[in-house]
Design a protein around this ligand. Structure first.
Ligand SMILES: [Zn+2]
Length: 275
Protein backbone atom coordinates (compact mmCIF):
# COMPACT_ATOMS: atom_id res chain seq x y z
CA UNK A 1 0.00 0.00 0.00
CA UNK A 2 1.75 3.14 -1.23
CA UNK A 3 1.37 5.99 1.18
CA UNK A 4 3.34 8.44 -0.90
CA UNK A 5 2.57 9.32 -4.47
CA UNK A 6 5.02 10.88 -6.89
CA UNK A 7 4.12 14.44 -7.74
CA UNK A 8 1.88 14.98 -4.72
CA UNK A 9 3.09 17.32 -2.02
CA UNK A 10 5.11 14.64 -0.22
CA UNK A 11 2.49 14.03 2.43
CA UNK A 12 4.82 12.21 4.81
CA UNK A 13 7.22 15.09 4.96
CA UNK A 14 4.52 17.71 5.19
CA UNK A 15 2.89 15.81 8.06
CA UNK A 16 6.29 15.65 9.76
CA UNK A 17 6.90 19.35 9.24
CA UNK A 18 3.40 20.07 10.46
CA UNK A 19 4.10 18.28 13.73
CA UNK A 20 7.50 19.93 14.13
CA UNK A 21 6.20 23.41 13.36
CA UNK A 22 3.26 22.93 15.68
CA UNK A 23 5.59 21.86 18.46
CA UNK A 24 7.75 24.87 17.79
CA UNK A 25 4.83 27.28 17.69
CA UNK A 26 3.29 25.77 20.78
CA UNK A 27 6.53 26.08 22.68
CA UNK A 28 7.28 29.61 21.57
CA UNK A 29 4.26 31.14 23.27
CA UNK A 30 6.04 31.60 26.58
CA UNK A 31 5.66 34.85 28.45
CA UNK A 32 1.96 34.20 28.98
CA UNK A 33 0.46 37.03 30.98
CA UNK A 34 -0.31 36.38 34.61
CA UNK A 35 -3.88 36.43 35.91
CA UNK A 36 -5.04 34.12 33.19
CA UNK A 37 -6.95 31.53 35.17
CA UNK A 38 -7.55 28.02 33.94
CA UNK A 39 -11.07 28.12 32.59
CA UNK A 40 -11.40 26.38 29.22
CA UNK A 41 -11.05 22.67 28.49
CA UNK A 42 -11.38 21.39 24.93
CA UNK A 43 -12.70 17.82 24.75
CA UNK A 44 -12.06 15.95 21.53
CA UNK A 45 -14.12 12.80 21.07
CA UNK A 46 -12.29 10.72 18.47
CA UNK A 47 -13.77 9.47 15.19
CA UNK A 48 -17.51 9.91 14.43
CA UNK A 49 -19.87 9.71 11.46
CA UNK A 50 -18.56 7.26 8.85
CA UNK A 51 -15.50 6.62 11.00
CA UNK A 52 -16.45 4.06 13.70
CA UNK A 53 -12.94 3.81 15.14
CA UNK A 54 -12.31 0.43 16.76
CA UNK A 55 -15.10 -2.06 17.45
CA UNK A 56 -15.37 -4.46 20.42
CA UNK A 57 -16.31 -8.17 20.40
CA UNK A 58 -19.86 -7.29 21.45
CA UNK A 59 -20.10 -4.65 18.74
CA UNK A 60 -19.45 -1.57 20.89
CA UNK A 61 -18.11 1.18 18.67
CA UNK A 62 -15.30 3.49 19.74
CA UNK A 63 -16.98 6.53 18.19
CA UNK A 64 -20.07 6.05 20.40
CA UNK A 65 -18.20 5.31 23.62
CA UNK A 66 -15.83 8.26 23.36
CA UNK A 67 -18.65 10.66 22.51
CA UNK A 68 -20.71 9.53 25.50
CA UNK A 69 -17.71 9.78 27.81
CA UNK A 70 -16.83 13.24 26.45
CA UNK A 71 -20.40 14.42 26.97
CA UNK A 72 -20.58 13.12 30.54
CA UNK A 73 -17.15 14.55 31.30
CA UNK A 74 -18.25 17.91 29.88
CA UNK A 75 -21.28 17.94 32.18
CA UNK A 76 -19.11 17.24 35.22
CA UNK A 77 -16.56 19.91 34.33
CA UNK A 78 -19.24 22.53 33.61
CA UNK A 79 -20.75 21.80 37.02
CA UNK A 80 -17.35 22.81 38.44
CA UNK A 81 -17.35 26.15 36.66
CA UNK A 82 -15.12 25.12 33.75
CA UNK A 83 -16.03 26.16 30.22
CA UNK A 84 -15.99 23.12 27.96
CA UNK A 85 -15.69 23.27 24.20
CA UNK A 86 -16.23 20.05 22.29
CA UNK A 87 -14.79 19.36 18.86
CA UNK A 88 -17.86 17.24 18.22
CA UNK A 89 -21.00 16.75 20.29
CA UNK A 90 -22.82 14.43 17.92
CA UNK A 91 -22.18 11.49 15.63
CA UNK A 92 -20.41 13.35 12.83
CA UNK A 93 -16.91 13.11 11.43
CA UNK A 94 -14.89 16.26 12.09
CA UNK A 95 -11.74 16.68 9.97
CA UNK A 96 -8.37 17.27 11.58
CA UNK A 97 -8.09 20.95 10.59
CA UNK A 98 -11.52 21.68 12.04
CA UNK A 99 -10.71 20.00 15.36
CA UNK A 100 -7.51 22.03 15.59
CA UNK A 101 -9.32 25.21 14.61
CA UNK A 102 -12.10 24.71 17.19
CA UNK A 103 -9.52 24.12 19.93
CA UNK A 104 -7.30 27.09 19.08
CA UNK A 105 -10.29 29.38 18.55
CA UNK A 106 -11.49 28.50 22.05
CA UNK A 107 -8.04 29.41 23.44
CA UNK A 108 -8.23 26.32 25.58
CA UNK A 109 -6.09 25.80 28.66
CA UNK A 110 -6.07 22.06 28.07
CA UNK A 111 -6.95 19.78 25.16
CA UNK A 112 -8.01 16.23 25.95
CA UNK A 113 -8.57 13.84 23.08
CA UNK A 114 -10.56 10.74 24.06
CA UNK A 115 -10.14 7.41 22.29
CA UNK A 116 -10.51 3.70 22.95
CA UNK A 117 -7.68 1.33 22.16
CA UNK A 118 -7.65 -1.90 20.15
CA UNK A 119 -5.37 -4.93 19.99
CA UNK A 120 -5.37 -8.21 18.10
CA UNK A 121 -4.77 -9.96 21.44
CA UNK A 122 -8.07 -9.70 23.33
CA UNK A 123 -6.29 -10.13 26.67
CA UNK A 124 -4.64 -6.71 26.47
CA UNK A 125 -6.51 -4.19 28.59
CA UNK A 126 -6.10 -0.95 30.48
CA UNK A 127 -5.64 2.76 29.87
CA UNK A 128 -2.77 4.66 28.25
CA UNK A 129 -2.32 8.42 28.17
CA UNK A 130 -0.19 10.03 25.48
CA UNK A 131 1.46 13.35 24.88
CA UNK A 132 3.02 14.43 21.64
CA UNK A 133 6.41 13.40 20.40
CA UNK A 134 7.92 13.03 16.94
CA UNK A 135 9.18 9.66 18.07
CA UNK A 136 6.94 7.01 19.56
CA UNK A 137 7.80 5.44 22.95
CA UNK A 138 7.74 1.98 21.38
CA UNK A 139 6.45 0.01 18.39
CA UNK A 140 2.96 -0.43 19.84
CA UNK A 141 2.67 3.33 20.42
CA UNK A 142 3.86 4.01 16.88
CA UNK A 143 1.32 1.59 15.41
CA UNK A 144 -1.44 3.08 17.54
CA UNK A 145 -0.64 6.64 16.37
CA UNK A 146 -0.59 5.35 12.79
CA UNK A 147 -4.02 3.79 13.22
CA UNK A 148 -5.55 6.81 14.95
CA UNK A 149 -3.96 9.22 12.47
CA UNK A 150 -5.35 7.23 9.55
CA UNK A 151 -8.83 8.51 10.45
CA UNK A 152 -7.65 11.84 9.04
CA UNK A 153 -6.43 10.34 5.77
CA UNK A 154 -3.33 8.63 4.48
CA UNK A 155 -1.22 11.80 4.56
CA UNK A 156 -1.79 12.09 8.30
CA UNK A 157 -1.06 8.40 8.77
CA UNK A 158 2.35 8.64 7.09
CA UNK A 159 4.58 8.71 10.10
CA UNK A 160 6.21 12.03 10.87
CA UNK A 161 9.61 10.61 11.70
CA UNK A 162 12.51 12.89 12.42
CA UNK A 163 14.64 11.30 9.69
CA UNK A 164 14.18 14.48 7.68
CA UNK A 165 17.08 16.84 8.55
CA UNK A 166 14.84 19.90 8.64
CA UNK A 167 12.43 18.18 11.00
CA UNK A 168 15.36 17.14 13.19
CA UNK A 169 16.58 20.75 13.37
CA UNK A 170 13.10 22.01 14.21
CA UNK A 171 12.83 19.24 16.77
CA UNK A 172 15.97 20.52 18.47
CA UNK A 173 14.46 23.98 18.67
CA UNK A 174 11.27 22.83 20.33
CA UNK A 175 10.65 24.73 23.50
CA UNK A 176 9.10 22.66 26.20
CA UNK A 177 6.46 24.79 27.89
CA UNK A 178 3.42 23.05 26.46
CA UNK A 179 5.18 19.73 26.22
CA UNK A 180 6.03 19.62 29.89
CA UNK A 181 2.51 20.75 30.81
CA UNK A 182 1.13 18.07 28.49
CA UNK A 183 3.33 15.49 30.16
CA UNK A 184 2.22 16.72 33.56
CA UNK A 185 -1.45 16.33 32.70
CA UNK A 186 -0.87 12.94 31.08
CA UNK A 187 0.80 11.80 34.29
CA UNK A 188 -2.07 13.04 36.44
CA UNK A 189 -4.69 11.44 34.19
CA UNK A 190 -2.95 8.09 34.02
CA UNK A 191 -2.22 8.07 37.75
CA UNK A 192 -5.88 8.75 38.60
CA UNK A 193 -7.08 6.19 36.04
CA UNK A 194 -4.65 3.67 37.55
CA UNK A 195 -6.12 4.09 41.02
CA UNK A 196 -9.26 2.27 39.88
CA UNK A 197 -7.50 -1.08 40.11
CA UNK A 198 -3.93 -2.26 40.13
CA UNK A 199 -3.92 -3.53 36.55
CA UNK A 200 -5.79 -0.75 34.82
CA UNK A 201 -2.94 1.62 33.91
CA UNK A 202 -0.44 0.93 31.13
CA UNK A 203 1.34 4.19 31.74
CA UNK A 204 2.15 7.52 30.08
CA UNK A 205 3.52 7.24 26.57
CA UNK A 206 4.54 9.43 23.67
CA UNK A 207 3.61 9.16 20.01
CA UNK A 208 3.14 11.45 16.99
CA UNK A 209 -0.64 11.88 17.08
CA UNK A 210 -1.52 14.50 14.49
CA UNK A 211 -4.55 15.70 16.45
CA UNK A 212 -2.23 16.82 19.27
CA UNK A 213 0.20 18.52 16.91
CA UNK A 214 -1.78 21.56 15.82
CA UNK A 215 -3.31 22.64 19.10
CA UNK A 216 -1.64 25.57 20.81
CA UNK A 217 -2.16 24.46 24.38
CA UNK A 218 -1.14 21.56 26.60
CA UNK A 219 -2.65 18.47 25.01
CA UNK A 220 -3.04 14.78 25.84
CA UNK A 221 -4.73 11.84 24.21
CA UNK A 222 -6.33 9.34 26.58
CA UNK A 223 -7.02 5.79 25.45
CA UNK A 224 -9.66 4.98 28.05
CA UNK A 225 -9.44 1.20 27.65
CA UNK A 226 -9.15 -1.58 25.08
CA UNK A 227 -12.48 -1.99 23.38
CA UNK A 228 -11.17 -5.33 22.08
CA UNK A 229 -10.94 -6.68 25.64
CA UNK A 230 -14.26 -8.03 26.92
CA UNK A 231 -13.92 -6.59 30.41
CA UNK A 232 -12.79 -3.18 29.18
CA UNK A 233 -15.57 -3.18 26.60
CA UNK A 234 -18.11 -3.75 29.37
CA UNK A 235 -16.52 -0.99 31.45
CA UNK A 236 -16.60 1.44 28.55
CA UNK A 237 -20.14 0.60 27.47
CA UNK A 238 -21.87 2.01 30.56
CA UNK A 239 -22.39 1.93 34.29
CA UNK A 240 -20.06 2.16 37.26
CA UNK A 241 -16.95 1.32 35.26
CA UNK A 242 -17.40 4.20 32.90
CA UNK A 243 -18.32 6.42 35.83
CA UNK A 244 -14.94 5.64 37.43
CA UNK A 245 -13.12 6.69 34.24
CA UNK A 246 -14.97 10.00 34.16
CA UNK A 247 -14.34 10.63 37.86
CA UNK A 248 -10.63 9.94 37.36
CA UNK A 249 -10.44 12.45 34.50
CA UNK A 250 -12.43 15.06 36.44
CA UNK A 251 -10.00 14.68 39.33
CA UNK A 252 -6.95 14.92 37.08
CA UNK A 253 -8.29 18.06 35.43
CA UNK A 254 -9.13 19.51 38.87
CA UNK A 255 -5.60 18.95 40.16
CA UNK A 256 -4.06 20.27 36.95
CA UNK A 257 -6.29 23.35 37.14
CA UNK A 258 -5.22 24.04 40.71
CA UNK A 259 -1.53 23.75 39.87
CA UNK A 260 -1.97 25.92 36.77
CA UNK A 261 -3.58 28.70 38.81
CA UNK A 262 -1.01 28.48 41.58
CA UNK A 263 1.78 28.77 38.98
CA UNK A 264 0.14 31.90 37.61
CA UNK A 265 -0.23 33.43 41.04
CA UNK A 266 -3.99 33.16 40.99
CA UNK A 267 -5.58 32.09 44.24
CA UNK A 268 -7.59 29.11 43.18
CA UNK A 269 -11.12 29.04 44.49
CA UNK A 270 -11.73 25.73 46.23
CA UNK A 271 -12.98 23.72 43.27
CA UNK A 272 -15.45 21.09 44.27
CA UNK A 273 -13.74 18.57 42.03
CA UNK A 274 -10.26 19.13 43.37
CA UNK A 275 -9.16 16.79 46.12
ZN1 LIG B 1 -9.39 6.22 18.21
Amino acid sequence: MARRREGSCRPGRSAALGVALALLTAGSSTGTPALDPFDVVVLDAGHGGYDDGATGPRGTREKDVVLDVARELARELRARGITVVMTRSEDVFVPLEERTHIANDARGDLFVSIHANAAADGRIHGTETFFLSLDASDDAARRLAERENRAFGEAAAAQPIAADPLVAILGDLIATEHLSASQEFAGLAEERLGRRDSTSSRGVKQAPFVVLAGVQMPASLVEIGFITNRRDERTLAAGAGRRSIIEALVEAIGVYRGRHDVRRGIRSSPARGAP
